[in-house]
Design a protein around this ligand. Structure first.
Ligand SMILES: [Mn+2]
Length: 196
């Protein structure tokens, strides 16, 4: 059974194509025109062991906001599509990942209900290349809304903005990987409701 999601989303602001295979090997091909965001999507695929392909052409002459947000929405939708009926999944997972002085802790429930709790250190540098650091929360909000997962992301400490953002994507990758993995002892949908 292949667990692949594919979403194409076109508006007057952006054109996005995302494909994700949950049972991949971390083969990633991404191109959004926002270098640091590409680097983060690369982390997500490699550390999630997802095969991930992302192609976004957005209105970068305005700024990188729509490009990043719409990619995150499509990614969330593709992830949800790939999960299918969620039969056999692990469902809950957490991962902590340090990057030098920064630490991220991510906990996820592939619950079918969107909820984000996010905290990161205040006073970060506002930009990393053309990536606005306030977009990290917006990416997570957008992903959660479409993926319909409960996601808690906490960075209790950190100093360098690049590190603070990157460790969040690495920990997110690991948590999504573990939560979406098939549990060989789980024969049905892991919910007392019988559906997720
Ligand atoms: Mn927005």
């Amino acid at each position: 059974m292949s667990r692949v999601g594919r979403v194409e989303r076109t508006t007057k602001e952006t054109s996005v194509t995302v494909q994700i295979d949950l049972d991949g090997t971390g083969a990633v091909e991404v191109s959004t025109g926002v270098g640091f965001f590409d680097h983060m999507l690369d982390q997500l695929g490699r550390h999630g062991l997802f095969d991930l392909s992302v192609k976004t052409e957005g209105d970068l002459h305005i700024d990188s906001h729509h490009t990043i947000e719409d990619t995150a929405l499509a990614l969330g939708a593709a992830f949800r599509q790939a999960l299918g009926d969620k039969r056999g999944i692990t469902r809950f997972a957490d991962a902590s990942v340090p990057l030098d002085e920064s630490l991220a802790r991510v906990t996820v429930d592939l619950s079918g209900r969107p909820y984000l709790v996010h905290s990161e250190p205040a006073g970060m540098a506002p930009m990393i290349g053309s990536y606005d650091t306030t977009m990290t929360r917006h990416i997570l909000e957008s992903f959660v809304a479409q993926a319909q997962v409960a996601l808690h992301v906490d960075v209790p400490y950190g100093r360098n903005a690049h590190h603070i953002v990157e460790c969040q994507f690495k920990a997110l990758a690991r948590a999504l990987r573990y939560a979406s993995e098939i549990d060989p002892r789980q024969t049905g949908v892991p919910s007392t409701k019988g559906a997720l």
